[in-house]
Design a protein. Sequence first.
Length: 171
Amino acid sequence: MNKEKIKGITVMAMLTALIAVATLIIQIPTPGTNGYVHPGDSLIFFSAIFFGRKYGFVAGGVGSALADLISGYAFWAPWTFIIKSIMGLIVGVLAYYEQGKLFNVRNILAMVAGTIILVFGYFLVSSQMQGGVAAAITGIPGNIIQGIVGMILFYLIGYPLDKVNIKNKIL
């Protein structure tokens, strides 16, 4: 295995762990969702935008599912894995990252698309798990807030890391 591949695997593992820890460390319960708002989605956005779709897909899905398993939401873990993996993949596909140009329309639209996947994915799963569409609708506002918080935190975290050119220092 070459040095670049080992670096990539190491970064993937670190991002996965960071997403899990960020999801676990601060959990603000949201009424109607049986879930919580957390900073983990900001790191899914970070992984996907800074490092690409593969990192967003794997680290986002695995890190978020691990957090569900550890924090007592094990029944959500398979669904979280699917939803957050797709979210990270789509954000990584749509985003554009060039050092010093973090604030751009593509990145904002990519995160909005990721939030739509988050909201729609949990809506679909909730409508099956909670006995219908009416019950699942109550979770939509909390999931929208979750996505917006993730976007705001992404820029709060991403901006200084972009300034120090973190991607080139890591990979």
